[in-house]
Design a protein around this ligand. Sequence first.
Ligand SMILES: NC(=O)C1=CN([C@@H]2O[C@H](COP(=O)(O)OP(=O)(O)OC[C@H]3O[C@@H](n4cnc5c(N)ncnc54)[C@H](OP(=O)(O)O)[C@@H]3O)[C@@H](O)[C@H]2O)[C@H](O)CC1
Ligand SMILES: [K+]
Length: 220
Amino acid sequence: MLLVDRETMQNIDSYAINEIKIPSLCLVERAALSVMENINLDIRHSFALIVSCGNNGADGLALARNLLAISKDCDIYIIGNKNKASKDFIINYNACKNLTENIYSIETIEDMNFLRKNLDRVNTIVDGIFGTGLNRPVSGIYANIIDLINEKNIYTISIDLPSGFDANGENNYGSYVDSDLIVCMQILKKGLYEDNYFRDKTVVCDIGLPQIAIEKFVNV
Ligand SMILES: NC(=O)C1=CN([C@@H]2O[C@H](COP(=O)(O)OP(=O)(O)OC[C@H]3O[C@@H](n4cnc5c(N)ncnc54)[C@H](OP(=O)(O)O)[C@@H]3O)[C@@H](O)[C@H]2O)[C@H](O)CC1
Ligand SMILES: [K+]
């Protein structure tokens, strides 16, 4: 079984993008579509996509775009500073803005109260807050939102990793999303494998990272 830690996954991603010249946006699109393939669209019609502004969030917004394209009901909640957003996030955000008005920034207590109420409209939450970029304990509004997701007991899908969970399984960063399904990109992250509570909920999906990029950093 092929496993990677956070740093190795980041090396593979960046080698594929910077050396092999695979457009990052294509990987994000594949990631989004791989999540979509794992959603039962016959029963899931209403979604809350909760994202922050990195590429885990970009995957979430690309998924929102694809769900909106087939007329699914999507509320998009954004945490963090959009001025620091990744370019793949911004591209997908601009498209989402043209497809729905239901996009909300979550910054204040009032925003949190709105989120608490509005989440009851949906039967599916998509967690695109943190993936392999998580590198320190989760605090403030991020921790509050993760706790709220868990309180709600709504079916929740995490993109790549449950937000707040350390990809390496070494650090306790505080709150993490207690997801029902984890759609992990390309290679199983070590932390997910080592704990069968997470492993049993995880599917691993190919997003088109070439074998040559993987073999550069992992003994296959
Ligand atoms: N091109 C690619 O690399 C692809 C990645 N995929 C998906 O993207 C994520 C990884 O994306 P990345 O942008 O590297 O990071 P995250 O989105 O996981 O995190 C975003 C930023 O959040 C900050 N951060 C980290 N820890 C915390 C914390 N505890 N509290 C607040 N903020 C935090 C950090 O930025 P700083 O500058 O603040 O350090 C992160 O950069 C990967 O998991 C995949 O889902 C695509 O799937 C394919 C292409
Ligand atoms: K996530």
